[in-house]
Design a protein around this ligand. Structure first.
Ligand SMILES: [Zn+2]
Length: 256
């Protein structure tokens, strides 16, 4: 958390505000982020604002400012309102500021000449690689989906939601899925992610994620975080297990 839908919602909200605009100044309010203003050559025009997997990339001159929100990071658009606590970095534009806010301080902001993170194909791209890729792995399918080198953008919430939509038990080895299950997975990935983007993502009870304009996401999970509650399709209580060290929610009846 945040995952592809939250990151995509963030990028879509910021793009009209900063694309083509000039980043005038940057300053760190947390010493961890001191290197960021020093490594930028400002002012610089934002020539691109992109999402790659769960990363946000600002193209600034020859450089990329790369933001990874990880657990509790978010980017906010500041235009006059009170500055929230835990603001780590301020990017100043003529019309307002982009704030990097992070309560748990696990998120990162880096300036690099090239984005070199090893990522698999984006989860919203053509998924025709899936059948072959799944054949090569015995990892539980949910663990496979979380590995960003296999497919980029899916995290713990949407892996659970996607497997529920596809009717697949999260513990099944990737290479045990038959052609019909693979087909259902291929359809479920864009369906779930697109619905979540339309809802502006998921805001959990901790309230950590908001859009840059301070809105909460409206996506309502079918299984994630619903241990013991009735499955919205069949009424069976949702189960929670540990898989690859992560809490994993599923319906034991709908997912085989
Ligand atoms: Zn069910």
């Amino acid at each position: 958390m945040p995952e592809l839908p939250e990151v995509e919602s963030t990028v879509r909200a910021l793009r009209p505000k900063v694309l083509g605009q000039t980043l005038l100044r940057a300053h760190a309010l947390d010493p961890v982020f001191d290197p960021v203003p020093k490594s930028l050559s400002l002012p610089a025009q934002v020539r691109a604002l992109e999402r790659r997997g769960k990363y946000i990339l600002f193209g600034l001159g020859d450089l990329w400012l790369v933001v990874h929100l990880r657990m509790s990071g978010r980017l906010l658009w500041e235009e006059g309102q009170a500055r929230p606590p835990h603001t780590r970095l301020v990017l100043e534009f003529p019309q307002g500021n982009v704030l990097f806010v992070d309560v748990r301080r696990l998120g990162t902001v880096e300036v690099v000449p090239e984005f070199t993170e090893e990522l698999g194909p984006d989860a919203l791209s053509d998924l025709s690689f899936l059948p072959e890729a799944l054949k090569g792995s015995r990892a539980p399918i949910k663990v496979w989906l979380l590995d960003q080198r296999n497919i980029a953008g899916i995290g713990n919430i949407y892996a659970a939601e996607i497997l529920f939509r596809a009717g697949i038990d999260p513990r099944r080895p990737a290479n045990s899925l038959g052609p019909r299950a693979v087909q259902r997975l291929k359809e479920a990935i864009p369906e779930v992610l697109t619905e979540a983007i339309e809802a502006l993502g998921t805001t959990l009870a901790d309230g950590a994620y908001q859009t840059p304009e301070g809105e909460a996401g409206d996506y309502e999970p079918w299984v994630y975080g619903r241990e013991g509650l009735p499955c919205k399709v069949c009424g069976t209580p949702i189960e929670r297990i540990e898989l690859g060290g992560r809490g994993t929610y599923f319906c034991p009846r709908c997912q085989r």
